[in-house]
Design a protein around this ligand. Structure first.
Ligand code: ZN
Length: 85
């Protein structure tokens, strides 16, 4: 007889089942990646300035920037694909 399994959520980032019902992600790494991606998405949509309140570039943006070329356009940061990568 098959015992009914507790339904587990799928990791928001990679889609694997999470280890616990209350978890949204299968691992810390996935949580960090997901938060990073959602921040960048909001940034591209103009919902985030890409800057922290004291005028520093957000850590999420910094990470993203390693893959891209950034231009400062007035008060906002804009991105161009890095053709060297
Ligand atoms: Zn995952």
């Amino acid at each position: 007889m098959i015992m009914p399994r507790k339904p587990r959520k799928k990791c928001l980032f990679c889609g694997k089942e999470t280890l616990r019902v209350e978890c949204k992600y299968c691992s810390n790494a996935c949580q960090i990646e997901y938060q990073h991606e959602s921040y960048i998405k909001r940034w591209k949509e103009g919902k985030e300035s890409g800057l922290q309140s004291i005028g520093l570039v957000s850590k999420y943006v910094k990470k993203y920037l390693r893959k891209s070329v950034v231009c400062v356009d007035g008060q906002r940061l804009t991105l161009k694909p890095n053709r060297f990568h």
